[in-house]
Design a binder for this molecule. Structure first.
Ligand code: PLP
Length: 392
């Protein structure tokens, strides 16, 4: 029997990679596509980071490292967590450097969940969470957040979905795709729920460096109620424009991290050696490039949100963090569903975006537009969308 495991029946291929592939195909056919579908900074990696990795390569730093990570990077992450996030961990035991935040999330879910266990995932959410849970035989329980309530996570909603099999809760703030940042009150409510039901948490903080209008990113693990039940996941892809480097980390209570280290040891072994040296330079070096990129995203956000709200039938609240606008298209002419909207728009105008339905329950009626692209592309996209929507 050469069929893949039965659990694959429920695992969908990544919707974001599907748009990525479709854009590449259309471009190869000569279509002038404006891609607002992807989630990847268009900026270069800061030069001092590249230089450090190149030096490491030239200096022969090209072999396995300790599975947990190189000591200098573990120290840098530990210092960063204390300084930026109010999370106190021991670099010798409580951190694992992973090849990407994605792998850190997979390792965290593998560590916490047995087959049949349930993980609560507030949606709309990043497309890979439910798929990862299914890959390890766990059950993703998707909780549709209310757009009319600003996609807030509430105690009531969590209580409605908790069962005796609930083992973990996954929280992503700043959020992809909604752009929301969890408030302190919301975090406290989540913490009290987790404490009362003895639920562990995974906090995905990959967009923490990209926040707007003075909004503060808050780490769940910095709250006393959550510190000993939360695995914090983060990485270099978004804030430092290092998507291709594949570098991230997980940090949390010693006993859980001891098990997570086994996942790392038996799957990837360690993150790339010279890549980790680049990571040290990113965390220890000047942070101005990160701030400059965040300021550029803020300016583009303003262009995009203003333009979207001027389109007939479109309403878009300004995102508080990350680099996506999540626009309500329910009022557009002829609206049926977000996937049909995205298809028609791509065909008629060459503007690629993500249908909200790809992000799970609660996402229908919306589309996600990435502004990790130039203002010129954003303005041209808005113009093309304006022409199309006016004619629909
Ligand atoms: N978490 C969220 C919410 C994301 O949007 C992404 C990337 O799109 C990741 C994690 C993965 O980041 P990495 O490139 O480090 O795997």
């Amino acid at each position: 029997n050469r069929a893949a495991g039965a659990r694959f029946g429920a695992v969908e291929a990544s919707a974001t990679f599907a748009v990525f592939d479709r854009v590449a195909r259309l471009r190869a056919e000569g279509v002038d596509v404006l891609d607002l579908g992807g989630g990847e900074p268009d900026f270069g990696t800061p030069t001092h980071v590249v230089d450090e990795a190149v030096d490491a390569l030239r200096g022969g730093f090209t072999h396995y490292t300790p599975s947990r990570g190189v000591p200098a990077l573990l120290d840098a992450v530990s210092d960063k967590l204390a300084k930026d996030n109010g999370i106190v961990v021991d670099p010798a035991t409580d951190i694992v450097i992973t090849p990407s935040a994605k792998h850190a999330l997979f390792a965290a879910l593998t560590t916490l969940l047995d087959p049949g266990d349930e993980v609560l995932i507030p949606t709309p959410s990043w497309v890979s969470y439910p798929a990862m849970a299914r890959l390890i035989g766990a059950r993703p329980v998707q909780l549709a957040l209310d757009p009319e309530d600003g996609f807030r996570i509430t105690r009531e909603l969590l209580e409605q979905h908790v069962t005796s099999r609930t083992k973990a809760l996954l929280v992503n703030s700043p959020n992809n795709p909604t752009g929301r940042i969890m408030t302190r009150d919301e975090a406290r409510a989540i913490g009290r729920f987790a404490d009362e039901h003895d639920v562990l948490m995974i906090a995905d903080e990959i967009y923490e460096k990209i926040v707007y209008d003075g909004h503060d990113h808050l780490s769940l693990a910095s709250l006393p109620c959550c510190a000993d039940r939360t695995l914090t996941v983060n990485g270099f892809s978004k804030g430092y424009a290092m998507t291709g480097w594949r570098l991230g980390w997980a940090a949390g209570p010693t006993d859980l991290m001891e098990q997570l280290l086994k996942v790392q040891q038996h799957t990837v072994g360690c993150a790339g050696s010279f890549v980790q040296r680049g990571g040290v330079a990113a965390l220890m070096g000047p942070q101005e490039p990160v701030e400059r990129m965040a300021a550029r995203y803020a300016a583009r956000r303003d262009v995009l949100v203003r333009g979207l709200n001027a389109l007939p039938g479109v309403v878009c609240a300004p995102p508080e963090g990350a680099f996506y606008a999540f626009a309500d298209i329910r009022g557009t002419a002829g609206f049926t569903d977000s996937a049909a909207f995205a298809d028609r728009l791509l065909q008629e105008t060459g503007v690629a975006l993500m249908p909200g339905s790809a992000f799970g329950p609660g996402g229908e009626g919306f589309v996600r537009l990435s502004f990790a692209t130039s203002s010129r592309v954003l303005e041209e996209s808005l113009e093309r969308m304006g022409r199309a929507l006016t004619g629909w």
